[in-house]
Design a protein around this ligand. Structure first.
Ligand code: FAD
Length: 321
């Protein structure tokens, strides 16, 4: 197999990868960008994005990502529908193997994103894709549940944070946890337990998502969440809980398996970058977006860090002569 050499390779085409590609292309670096198995990234599986600046009435996730793609192509980005299967960051130039070919590069921007962990009930992922009432992001979707009764599942800091945040919109937030105590910090627990809109359901597991057929705002028939079936983890008893929304807050999985033995990762598997930059411990390797961010996980922060990574990469390549 022959390999081609590039100055900069970007892995991933979510908001971080495309933004990095736009900046790097405009800087004349002619980046080679690998799309992976989800071209356009996580936003391609959502309907409305209402919080990306510049779109007063919101924009559909897939349309936003198509616009970013076109913008990157306009400046000369080279896109490949390939998935990176192996990287070698121990040699110079760096080596990458995809499902199609082999490549060498002087610098790499890792923008492989992260995936929400789902309950594995079959329907939760499907319902999250078309506004069916299931979400893994309160900041993104909380606003859609104004005046409704909803549930959050999880017991860590994120779950409690999401529950507290959602009290701004929902009439009631049911917090479902399969144990009888939280893993979250004490301060977060105190705030959650004291909140009048939050009802706790200890020792409960969700076993089924029940749905109804209805119409969305475009007049299309869609399936929407109507209630949850809960199982008591102590006595096995079943109960039903009527809610219009479910926020799954049981964690995220950064897409970093490729880098496990190549780069230092934090205990949750996120790529570690130098504070305030996109630089990893390896000179010439940069990371942007959700793959290095377990705090914000937003399209705009991913795009912002993609910009930082392109500028960091351009400066680093410039210093190499
Ligand atoms: P991602 O979008 O995750 O993209 C990762 C990219 O890396 C993909 O193209 C993938 O194919 C590629 N990749 C991964 N592994 C490889 C590999 N080995 N080789 C090649 N390519 C690879 N945020 C908001 O700001 N507003 C919202 O309204 C909003 N709604 C959301 C709704 C849903 C259903 C979801 C799931 C997320 C939502 N988010 C929202 C969060 C937002 O989508 C993410 O924060 C953002 O997409 C992160 O961008 P990213 O570029 O870091 O990674």
């Amino acid at each position: 197999m022959t390999s081609t050499h590039h100055r900069l390779v970007i892995i991933g085409t979510g908001p971080a990868g495309y933004t990095a590609a736009i900046y790097a292309s405009r800087a004349g670096l002619e980046p080679l960008v690998f799309e992976g198995s989800q071209p356009g990234g996580q936003l391609t599986i959502t309907t409305e994005v209402e919080n990306f600046p510049g779109f007063t009435t919101g924009i559909s996730g897939p349309v936003l990502m198509e616009e970013m793609r076109e913008q990157a192509l306009r400046f000369g980005t080279k896109l490949r529908s390939e998935t990176v299967e192996k990287v070698d960051l121990k040699c110079r130039p760096f080596r990458l193997t995809t499902n199609v070919g082999e490549y060498t590069t002087e610098a790499i921007i890792i923008a492989t994103g992260a995936s929400a962990k789902w309950l594995g009930l079959g329907k939760d992922l499907e319902l999250s894709r078309h506004g069916g009432g299931v979400s893994a992001c309160a900041t993104c979707d909380g606003f859609f549940f104004r005046g409704m009764e909803i549930a959050v599942v999880g017991g860590g800091d994120t779950a409690l944070e999401e529950a507290l945040y959602l009290t701004k919109f929902a009439t009631k937030v049911h917090l479902i946890h399969r144990r009888d105590s939280f893993r979250a910090s004490k301060a977060m627990q105190v705030r959650t337990l004291a909140h009048e809109k939050i009802k706790l359901h200890w020792n409960k597991e969700i076993t089924h998502l029940q749905t109804i057929r209805t119409e969305n705002s475009f007049g299309e028939a869609v399936e929407k969440l109507s209630s949850l079936i809960l199982k008591d983890t102590v006595d096995g008893g079943l109960s039903s809980l009527s809610v219009k929304g479910l926020f799954v807050a049981i964690g995220h999985q950064p897409n970093t398996s490729l880098f496990e033995d190549q780069l230092p990762l934090d205990p949750s598997g996120y790529v570690l970058v130098e504070k305030g930059s996109s630089r990893t411990i390896i000179p010439g390797v940069f990371a942007a977006g959700d793959v290095a961010d377990h705090t914000y996980r937003q399209a705009i922060t991913a795009a912002g860090s993609g910009c930082m990574a392109a500028i960091d990469a351009e400066r680093w390549l410039g210093e190499q002569g």
